[in-house]
Design a protein around this ligand. Sequence first.
Ligand code: 5AD
Ligand code: SF4
Length: 451
Amino acid sequence: MACRRMTEPAPQRLFIKTYGCQMNVHDSERMADLLAPLGYCLTEDAAEADLAVLNTCHIREKAAEKVYSELGRLRRLKEDRAAAGGRMLIAVAGCVAQAEGEEIQRRQSAVDLVLGPQAYHRLPELIARAHRAGGRIVSAAFEAEAKFDALPRARGVSGVTAFVTVQEGCDRFCTFCVVPYTRGAEFSRPADLIETEVRGLVDQGVREITLLGQNVNAWSGAGEEGLAGLIRRLARIPGLARIRYTTSHPADMTDDLIAAHGEVEALMPYLHLPVQAGSNAILRAMNRAHTAETYLATLERLRAVRPDIALSGDFIVGFPGETEADFEATLSLVREVGYASAYSFKYSRRPGTPAAALPRQVPEEVKSERLQRLQALLSAQQNAFNLAQVGRVLPVLVEKVGRRGGQMIGRSPYLQAVHFQAEPDQAGQILAVEILEAHANSLAGRRAPPA
Ligand code: 5AD
Ligand code: SF4
């Protein structure tokens, strides 16, 4: 993003490193937007940063530990800056901040500021306080109020796709998951505000929006029939061609939302619907509020109204007590569904979650071996799904210039990246593309003659 204040006073350099989910990516952009009017310009070089923000993820131990190693690197850069007479503030934002609070400074004393996801709108004030604190930590990790709508929304959008946060937090309390603790209770933004934001984005050239929420299909608004009502309302906005939403819980796939997939042309035939595991005993221990059978029944109903719907999911292997037979139930569910893409993880024991205290934790080598088997199956399915597009003509929303000359990159309705020859001024158009080649993570094609 361009720096809005290029003259006096000298621009401040802002380095942001983002970990974890799409919500964090979005939050990082909003933090940059909030600081831009104060003269902060983004830099990719942490060494020149006046303010370095790590927007962190606590969902698995590995993600949280990466933050501490990055903090070690930033501390050395901060010391170099101080030796040269300069000053760098280090801020930890996101879910590690929320979960670990001032504990972070005990592990890494170079941290000046710790702020949880609910405190981002106070960032300018907190930076000022950190400057005055003379190295003592400023902490706003446990704010209770929602950050929504205190943050700027009329932002400079450059692309043709945009994320719009409609819901935050989660009340589902899956026993492995920190999100209900780090992101708090479910909160839905009012439909009017969402519609105004989307209209503004469309005015700036956005053609596709993805509605974001930790449990997005639990969205509810006064006078709306839930997420399906919101989608129908947004689909009426002239110029908005495509709508997606993520991430959904299987137990919140209402009849109305399923029906919307059959009716609303703009709603894309791709759904990320995590199942986590295929064994009912494990799903019960996870407190998932669905079984393998109810999950499959939901997919059947979706496919009845939208036969070409492509599915994606999240999986956890090695949840406490998972036997070989339980794991095989996951493999067999995956075979039955046929996923277009998927994310799979080894169970990571998160302090404070109920599953962390369960007996029969699964040994690391068993988790690794199961993950390998699951990932082999899932990537074979992804390859098969991509290959099945060869020879088809797909409507591709042109997004941006590709790496090779004359090449543009767009997205298929199924969220696949598609490379083909087109002009840069065709960004934002939906073009018919004949798919010629399939790769692991993308497709290649050529413009098809108009039908
Ligand atoms: N261990 C491993 N994976 C987890 N996820 C959430 N918590 C854990 C954990 N403790 C995964 C789930 C979720 C995705 C975002 O991260 O699959 O859907
Ligand atoms: Fe975590 Fe998703 Fe379960 Fe909520 S529904 S507790 S975010 S895994």
